[in-house]
Design a protein around this ligand. Structure first.
Ligand code: HEC
Ligand SMILES: [Cu+2]
Length: 329
């Protein structure tokens, strides 16, 4: 008995050696979560397929082999088989432990941010993502980063959202009042989708955004042009209005190219005749827009529900938004 136990322990040690070595190696190697995730997924798929076949094939075979052939036929009375039971306890146990160790290693890859990284921020809201570069530039539904490792600090303004980056095999909840994070390795310049992976309300499906990975030079040029833009942008009221509409999350619920999201599209809204919930018709003008922003529930537009949040702004900010809405047809 002791001999068997010793033999099993040695075997377990030999099998787990590569994992211990891998753990030591991880401290040094360049971590690639996409690769380790994919390998891990493959391992699980293979193991799951093998288990499935081991269970199903004999099952089908036995259905025919041990079929009841006449009415008073009784099956043999089998009490148990110690050898078999030990086998089908130990083998799954070792398998599960190994898979567990490997899962832990992959989990660490996903959680341990490499030292050389830049830090950005993403804030979820109903319904969209505000992204902030390390330079403090805010963009809507678009995260621009240079090639390299990126740590994304996450939080939410309202309800729980989830920042999901399928191309980088990672995702993390965005929780109001809490700071979470994820990281990814941006290797190739290009565009990668971002989804909200936590059902968060009627505009959930419009929470589509993207990560734009840029060559270092292109990124720096973009930062410069954005910084120059923000110095001049607020010069006219409608440019200021545009900034406000972007900053105040209006675009999470409103399209500006005719598309209906959680609310009606805002282009062409000025001068439009709309029906309110109480059946009266009004023509949208500056006063209506200002009242809508300050107290959205006062005159709800028919057919949408009451989810628009109020915004208390300075008088010239209300007017700036109205001026901007006039310019988008
Ligand atoms: C959480 C979603 C949400 C946000 C954020 C939001 N709105 Fe709305 N908005 C709505 C909905 C829904 C309606 C239609 C129902 C209503 O009138 O309340 C609406 C209606 C409007 C209307 C009237 C549209 C029409 O066709 O008559 C205007 C104008 C408007 N919003 C402007 C804004 C501006 C400006 C902001 C940002 C300061 C904003 N909204 C933020 C959801 C939102
Ligand atoms: Cu969401």
């Amino acid at each position: 008995m002791l001999k068997q136990v010793l033999r099993f322990l040695t075997a377990a040690l030999v099998v787990s050696m590569p994992y211990a070595a891998a753990a030591a190696e991880r401290a040094k190697r360049v971590v690639d979560p996409v690769k380790s995730w994919d390998e891990h997924f493959m391992t699980w798929s293979v193991v799951a397929t093998v288990v499935y076949l081991i269970v199903t094939l004999p099952l089908i075979y036995f259905v025919f082999k041990y079929k009841r052939r006449h009415k008073d036929e009784n099956g043999a009375y089998i009490v148990g088989n110690a050898g078999l039971e030990i086998l089908w306890t130990i083998v799954p146990m070792i398998t599960i432990i190994l898979l567990g160790v490997q899962s832990w290693a992959v989990f660490n890859d996903l959680r341990e941010v490499p030292k050389d990284h830049i830090e950005v921020k993403a804030v979820g809201f109903m319904f969209g993502f505000e992204m902030y570069t390390p330079e403090g530039i805010m963009t809507l539904n678009e995260l621009r980063v240079p090639v390299g490792n990126v740590k994304v600090n996450l939080t939410s303004k309202d309800v729980i959202h989830d920042f999901a980056l399928p191309a980088f095999r990672t995702r993390e909840d965005m929780v109001p009042g809490e700071n979470t994070y994820l990281w990814f390795s941006a290797k190739e310049p290009g565009e990668y989708p971002v989804y909200c992976a936590e059902f968060c309300g009627s505009g959930h499906s419009s929470m589509l955004a993207k990560v734009i990975v840029m060559k270092k030079d292109d990124y720096e040029a973009w930062v410069k042009s954005k910084q120059a833009e923000s110095m001049t942008a607020a010069a006219t009221p409608d440019a200021k209005g545009k900034q406000l509409v972007e900053r105040l999350a209006c675009l999470g619920c409103h399209g500006i190219a005719g598309e209906t999201k959680a609310g009606p599209a805002l282009n062409g809204v000025m001068g439009k005749s709309v029906e309110l919930e109480d059946g009266t018709k009004v023509v949208v003008d500056e006063a209506f827009v200002i009242e809508k922003i300050a107290d959205p529930k006062a005159k709800p537009v028919k057919g949408y529900g009451h989810m628009m949040p109020p915004n208390a702004l300075a008088k010239e900010d209300y007017e700036a938004i109205a001026a901007y809405l006039k310019t988008i047809k």
